[in-house]
Design a protein around this ligand. Sequence first.
Ligand code: GAL
Length: 524
Amino acid sequence: MRRTPLIAGIAAASLLLAACGSNTNATNTSAGGAPATSSAGATTDTAMTSSDAMSTGSAGGSSAESSGSTGSAGGSETGSSSSADSSGSAAGSSDSSVSADSSSADSSSADSGAGSAGGGVEASKVGDGGAGGNVGIFTWWAAGSEKLGLDALTKVYGTMYPKDKFVNLAVAGGAGSNAKAKLASDLQNGNAPDSFQGHAGAELTDYINAGQIEPVDDIITALGGQKVFPKDLLSRLTVNGKIYSVPSNIHRANVVWANSAVLKKASIDPTKAPADINAWIADMDKLKAAGISTPLSLGGTWTQVELFETVLISDLGADGYNGLFDGKTKWDDAKVKQAIADYAKLLTYANTPADGDDWPPATDMVIEGKAAYNVMGDWAVAEFTSKGKKDGVDYNYWAVPGQDGVYDFLADSFTLPKGAKNAAGTKDWLMTVGSAAGQKAFNMAKGSIPARTDVTDAGFPPYQKWAMGEFKKDTIVSSIAHGAAVSLSWNTAMQAAMSKFMSTKDQAGLQSDLVAAASDNLGG
Ligand code: GAL
C-alpha cells in the first residue's frame, strides 16, 4: 500500500479546504489562499495524514470494550419503537457496553460547552432514563440492509435512554435522493425533526449557513471531544468555532464489489485489483468474451456521480481531485476530459439505469451473479451480508483501480435542528450516536467504521477490519456524491449534468456543464 506522508498530509489539508469550499462564511485562509472554515482551533494544523488526524483504534485512552454498564443497561426497551428491537443483525448483540463514554453523560460536562446550544437544554443523565417523549429521527435508512444499521443504533438508544420514544421518520431512497427534498421543505416550514442525518463537510455547512441547526459543542465535549473524535473530522463539523453535529460513522465511497465466481469464469483473479482503469476495462472485455453481458452494474443518478467521482480520483490523483473543489484544478482540465472519456467507456459495460434507480438492485446484480462489478460505498457490505454472502468467498472488494491507498471519505452525522420539539430528547439521541456502544453497534451493521478513535476493530466483520486498517494509512479525499466535497446546490447541478449525459453521451457537453456547476458554486 502506497504511503507518502507528506503528500498525504497535503491531500488531507486540501480535503479540509475542499470540504469547505462552499462556505460563504469562511473566515480563515489557508497557506494556499483557499477559503477554510474557522474551526475549533484546528484549522492551521490540519495538514496531517489520516493516521495522525483521523485514525481509528488507538487514540483516546479508554476502550469501548471495557466492562461495566450504566444504570439502565439491560433495562426496559419499551420506550423505544418496535423498530428498535427488530434488528436481526449481529450488531444487535454488540459486546460493547454503554459505559466507556456514557459515563461522561452523567456529568455536568454535558452542558459545559456552548451554553446556548439547544436552548440550554441538557442531555439526560444516563441512568435517569432520558428526557422522555417522542424523539423524531430523520434519515434515509428506511429499508433493507440500511435499516439494520439504524435498528442497531436505536436498540442502544432504547437501552441508554429507555424513557425516550424513538420515532422513525426515515424517507426511503439511497443517498437521501428523496429525503433531502422533504427535509428542506420541513425545515423551511418550521416542521423540523428532532434530529436529521447530514454529511460532514460542505453539505453540513449549507444547513449551518441557512441557520437551520444549533451547535452541539456541549454534547461533543461530554462525549470526549478531541480525545475521542479525530480533530480533522471535527473540523468538518465546525463553523466559526462551533461544532454542529455528532458523527456516527465513516464510510468509504470508492469500493469495487466483485462477484468471485463470475470473475473466475473469465479467468480473472477476484482477489487482485486491476492496476488502473485501463486494466480494469481490459478485464471487462474478458468478461464480455466469457459471456457476461453486463460486467458493471449501475444504479440511478447519484450512483453515477459516485462512479464518476472515483474515475476523477484515478485520473487526477488525490491532489488533483481535491483541487477541483477549491479552484486549484480547473474543471476544463485535460485530465477531467480524460476522466469523462473513461467514464463514458465504463458505461458501455454497464446496464442502462433510470435516474431514480436505487443502489440495492445494482449491488444485488453482483450478489446474484448478473454482473461482475459494482462501484458502491461500503454500505454495500451490509447488503452482501444480509443476503447470506461470504466475504472473500462469494465476493471480494478493492479500491477502484488506479487509487489504491486513497480513501474516498464521507461521514454521516446527526444534528440538533432549530425548532426541534424535543431538544432534550435529541441530546439523548446525540449522546447515543456518539457513544462507543452506539458506534460499535451501528457500524458493525452498517458497513462503515466508527468515527470514534477508541472503538477497536475487535468483533467487527472482516470488511470493517480491513477498512479500519486502510483508513489509518490512506490518503483521504472527500466524496462528491455524499456531501463531503460539495454543497447541496453543487451536488444537484452535478447530478443534473450526469443525468443528461446518460442520455446524450455528449462528453464535451458534460465537461461544460461541470465547468458551469463549479463556477456557479465556487463563484469563479
Ligand atoms: C449516503 C449515506 C450512507 C448511505 C448511503 C446510501 O449518503 O451517507 O450512510 O446511507 O447514502 O443510502
